[in-house]
Design a protein around this ligand. Structure first.
Ligand code: NAD
Ligand code: ZN
Ligand code: ZN
Length: 342
């Protein structure tokens, strides 16, 4: 079968023939429907992120069950599923709560999951090590649903942690309205009545955010964003800032505009540093560094999509065009999420 593989940092994805895998006892073979192209893949392709290759890319996957390994029960061949991405040990206390994204044994597991250390979904088939990592898609279109397992799950998990602060009189700031951010806007609209300011450096992305329910949009290119936001929110400041970029400029922006007793969530891996001095960011600010989400949160995200509250804006591409896809993502020329269809 054809597969798009990460070999080593700085080399680009390689599209090669690899043997079609067969599931061992306890595993499940998935015929891949869609594999989302996440900006994290660019961090891996460019800098490695400390994850050794080679492995097949694609950590945001959906498909159909193609074969069940010995001993796997409760599933049928042909079932449409989302693959939960952060593979933990499955048995530590945290994994038992379904939050495998925070597995206590992560340091001793040689992979982050399929597409991030293990073979992922940018191939016709992928192996999932246990059926506990599958969530049924119900009637959702598997190709359009691929982004739910990361581009939606990650912001959902970040937003849930801030939910008690997202009241009708508060203001939430979403920085970066690409793959994750355009889902964050929809999730916020579905869960909260909070006023929503979206910020990006690209006017097309901002227009998309307004269509999806952002109340105000701000282009941060001219460096006046902090002032503009302060004019909008007054002394209370931003109550929740969700940073889907994580660059120095965006982390600084979040720190400058939040008020007291607020929440900053740094999701993007842009390499910025949050500095702290007395009351700056202001007293009471909670800072979180969320990573992906839990298995039960993926079930909740899929339920939100099934109810029609959220839908990824998807651009599809054949597997052979994967390097073109990554180049477009790097240049900001993907609207919503690119999904590769092996
Ligand atoms: P994307 O490329 O689809 O979207 C990024 C958006 O940010 C684009 O709209 C772009 O125009 C905008 N942007 C870029 N620089 C900006 C700046 N300086 N100010 C304002 N906006 C800016 O990327 P994505 O797939 O949504 O991923 C976003 C980030 O989140 C990446 O760093 C990715 O690695 C990270 N990520 C983290 C997790 C996690 O669990 N923590 C999970 C998935 C992705
Ligand atoms: Zn990702
Ligand atoms: Zn664990």
């Amino acid at each position: 079968m054809r597969a798009a593989r990460f070999i080593e940092a700085g080399r680009g994805a390689e599209i090669v023939d690899v043997p079609t895998p067969s599931p061992r006892a306890g595993e499940v073979l998935i015929r891949v429907a869609g594999a989302g192209a996440c900006h994290s893949d660019l961090h891996v392709l460019d800098h490695g992120l400390g994850i050794p290759g080679p492995f097949t890319l694609g950590h945001e996957n959906t498909g159909w069950i193609a074969a069940l390994g010995e001993g796997v029960t409760g599933w049928q061949e042909g079932d449409a599923v989302a693959v939960y991405g952060p593979w933990g040990c499955g048995s530590c206390r945290t994994c038992q709560t379904s939050a495998e994204n925070y597995c206590e044994r992560h340091a001793s597991i040689p992979t982050y999951g399929g597409g991030l250390g293990s073979d992922g979904g940018m191939a016709e088939y992928m192996i999932v090590p246990s059926p506990r990592l599958l969530v049924p898609l119900g009637g959702l279109d598997p190709i359009k649903a691929a982004p739910l397992s990361d581009a939606a799950l990650t912001p959902y998990h970040a937003i849930k942690a801030a939910l008690p602060l997202l009241s009708p009189d508060a203001t939430v700031l979403v920085v970066g309205v690409g793959g994750l951010g355009h889902m964050a806007v929809q999730i916020l609209r579905a869960l909260t009545p909070t006023r929503l300011i979206a910020a990006d450096i690209d006017d097309t992305k901002l227009a998309h955010a307004r269509q999806l329910g952002a109340n105000v949009t701000i282009n941060t290119r001219d460096g006046r964003a902090a002032e503009e936001i302060r004019d909008l929110v007054g002394q209370r400041g931003i109550t929740v800032a969700l940073d889907f970029v994580g660059a120095q400029s965006t982390i600084d922006l979040a720190a400058q505009v939040v008020g007291r007793n607020s929440h900053i969530s740094i999701v993007g891996l842009g390499g910025g540093t949050l500095h702290y001095a007395a009351n700056n960011p202001p007293y009471g600010t909670q800072v979180t560094i969320p990573y992906w989400g839990s298995r039960t949160e993926l079930m909740e995200v899929i339920a939100l999509a099934q109810a029609g509250h959220i839908a990824a804006a998807v651009q599809t591409f054949p597997l052979e065009e994967v390097n073109e896809v990554y180049q477009r993502l790097r240049e900001g020329r993907i609207q919503g999420r690119a999904v590769v269809m092996p």
